[in-house]
Design a protein around this ligand. Structure first.
Ligand SMILES: Nc1ncnc2c1ncn2[C@@H]1O[C@H](COP(=O)(O)OP(=O)(O)OP(=O)(O)O)[C@@H](O)[C@H]1O
Ligand SMILES: [Mg+2]
Length: 258
């Protein structure tokens, strides 16, 4: 299980995470929503140890990754698949090499097994016959799916997804939703999914949390969030420009002129 305890993260004078705590239970899919720039990606990067919190701690499978040896951090990271918001593929490697990267370096699978698993994972995200291409030959949505295939290829116990359906068409988004559900159902993967896509959140989440102004302001089931009276949460899930969450003031003024 993953435990985040009272973490703070500041960049210059800006406090992004202001005492965030959360637990992700084994086998659960936790969805985190929140406005752009609120700190969702930074929270995931703290959980995988790419960014260190200023204070507070994070435990993954009982290991305090904010205060452990590099060796322990590497061992813990092997249990976690990470789907980067910007795909983060290696431009100099082709798609086969990108997806099989972890299999080659973290497992003792044979060449043939690696080939089979890579093909299978690409098929699971709806991609075929792209193994020989370079990332530059793919659309943004295709790259996103290659990033997903790479994260699931070595069958991690935990997967952190940063905006897995952003940039995908509605049908492909639902293929990815089903993939996340099936990984949980059949492989008992524990997941945190950061998303703006409320259709996806309602479909895949056991629990939804909303991050606002450095804190978790909502923690509940999809049904609870649908019926929430919290004005901030309601504005976000209904996608309304009217409400207590400020849009940029200049933009507001320009919009009113129109
Ligand atoms: N390395 C960094 N140095 C300085 N500021 C940073 C750094 N990384 C993130 N930030 C700031 O932290 C805040 C949160 O960024 P983050 O990427 O987590 O937002 P987000 O919630 O994921 O937004 P989006 O939905 O647009 O992806 C932003 O204001 C960003 O400018
Ligand atoms: Mg982000």
């Amino acid at each position: 299980m993953i435990k985040v305890d009272n973490i703070y993260k500041q960049f210059g004078v800006k406090t992004v995470l202001n005492g965030v705590s959360l637990d992700v239970r084994s086998g659960e899919t936790l969805v985190i929503i929140g406005s752009s720039g609120v700190g969702k990606s930074i929270l995931l990067k703290n959980i995988i140890g790419l960014v260190k919190p200023d204070s507070g701690f994070i435990e993954v499978d009982g290991v305090n990754i904010t205060n452990c040896s590099l060796e322990e951090l590497h061992e813990t990271r092997k249990k976690i698949g990470y789907v980067f918001q910007e795909s983060a593929l290696f431009d100099s490697l082709n798609i086969f090499e990108n997806v099989s990267f972890g299999l080659k370096n973290l497992t003792s699978l044979s060449k043939n097994e690696i080939k089979q698993r890579t093909k299978q994972c690409l098929a699971m995200v709806g991609l075929e016959n792209v193994e020989h291409l370079n990332p530059s030959g793919l659309s943004g949505g295709m790259k996103k799916r290659v990033g997903l295939a790479r994260a699931i290829a070595y069958q991690p116990e935990y997967i952190l997804y940063d905006e897995p359906t952003t940039g995908l068409d509605p049908i492909m988004s639902d293929v990815i939703n089903d993939l996340i559900i099936n990984l949980k159902k059949y492989l008992h993967v524990t997941s945190i999914v950061v998303t703006h896509d409320m259709n996806s959140a309602y479909k895949i989440a056991d629990r939804i949390m909303m991050l606002y102004s450095g804190n978790i302001i909502f923690n509940g089931t999809p049904d609870e969030i649908r019926n929430t009276k919290n004005k901030y949460v309601k504005q976000f899930v209904e996608g309304s420009s009217q409400g207590p969450i400020h849009t940029d003031r200049t933009f507001e003024m320009e919009r009113k002129k129109i």
